[in-house]
Design a protein. Structure first.
Lengths: 183, 181
């Protein structure tokens, strides 16, 4: 009798902690790196323009069929990334990637998702964006190196109304640079 | 370092456990994150403190994350890391005037945002008043459904202590909650 009451009370109390309401674990940071910021800053500054351009320009849509599922992309931090969430930390780690996957899997609004690694991202970038840019821009875009194109999660969401909720859930996770809706 | 490597080679040459069987504590924490937070929540009473306890336990064990070799004991290891964290929070709280207060009202108080029913709160409050060992054993038994051996491993005590802690804890709860078992 008492054990039944106990079980119920404990499980109800435990249920108040949900997977996507708890803070993800942070990997302890390594010893502070020596300040070589300036060396990094200049190439980074050049990369900024390119990166922002690349990230904010969604890759071209596939032929607009009737009501394609709404999508969003969560880009991961690069080494020396310029996005505020990535400042002072390195590339997104495998553990952070796993954690993001775990969260995506737990969200009921997510229909499906796919991880696009840097290699794949770079190939898509070359074939979709660089190829369709006008000649002047093309030269600039072609100077982007594979390691400057971020890996991402490409997420299909059940309904357009769910986009904001999914974006909010993913945005704050460590390792995520930014979230953009659109494919 | 050289010595460590040497030991490792020696262990490997004995055949087991192989390098593949080694357990990564970081992965284990990630896989059991929710469960560990819940365990801490039931021990310390509020979610923010619980999250901190798990994060701290993770940070502390992170350095040795690739050195845990026995997969059978890995889960017990992280559970006891979390239990240890809860113990120190509770110990610090119990020292008058120097206590880190909970961030939020504990789930068993009427002010808690968790909105549990009166009866649930009564049970949890009584539980929170039990001696530490009884409380831990009861949570591991009645929420996580662990066996006596698993509880003993997580708490770092013997089997029989677990049994008696549970029996006494249940009896005390029964008395407080006015049941005649």
């Amino acid at each position: 009798m008492i054990d039944q009451r106990l079980r119920e009370a404990l499980s109800e109390a435990a249920q108040t902690a949900r997977l996507h309401s708890i803070q993800p674990l942070r990997t302890p940071s390594k010893r502070p790196r020596p300040r070589v910021f300036l060396l990094v800053a200049i190439p980074t500054a050049i990369a900024i323009g390119v990166l922002v351009l690349v990230r904010l320009t969604p890759p071209p849509m596939e032929a607009a069929t009737s009501g394609p599922p709404p999508r969003l992309s969560a880009f991961l931090c690069l080494k020396n990334d310029v996005f505020p969430r990535c400042k002072g930390r390195g590339e997104a780690t495998i553990d952070e990637r796993r954690r993001i996957e775990q969260v995506l899997r737990s969200l009921p609004q997510v229909a499906s998702f796919k991880f696009e690694d840097q290699g794949e991202a770079y190939r898509n970038f070359r074939s979709k964006i660089v190829a369709s840019a006008d000649p002047q821009e093309r030269e600039f875009l072609a100077s982007v190196r594979p390691e400057e194109v971020p890996a991402s999660f490409r997420v299909k969401v059940n309904a357009a109304a769910d986009l904001a909720a999914v974006a909010r859930a993913v945005e704050g996770l460590p390792g995520v640079a930014n979230v953009v809706s659109g494919p | 370092m050289a010595r460590l490597c040497h030991v490792e080679v020696e262990l490997l040459s004995h055949g087991e456990p192989s390098a593949r069987d080694r357990v990564d504590v970081a992965v284990l924490f990630a896989d059991h994150h929710l469960g560990l937070v819940r365990l801490a929540l039931l021990m310390v009473g509020d979610l923010s403190t619980a999250e901190d306890v798990v994060q701290d336990a993770f940070a502390r064990t992170h350095a040795g994350r690739r050195r845990l070799r026995d997969p059978d004991r890995a889960l017990a290891y992280v559970r006891s890391a979390v239990l240890n964290g809860c113990r120190s929070v509770l110990r610090r709280r119990s020292v008058a005037f120097r206590r880190p207060l909970p961030y939020e009202a504990p789930i068993w108080s009427a002010e808690s945002a968790a909105m549990l029913s009166e009866d649930r709160r009564e049970v949890l409050l009584a539980l929170s008043g039990l001696p530490r060992r009884q409380r831990e054993a009861i949570v591991l038994r009645y929420y996580f459904d662990l066996s006596h051996q698993e509880i003993a491993a997580a708490m770092g005590v013997g089997d029989s202590s677990v049994r008696s802690a549970i029996t006494r804890g249940l009896a005390a709860l029964g008395r407080q909650l006015g049941e005649d078992t």
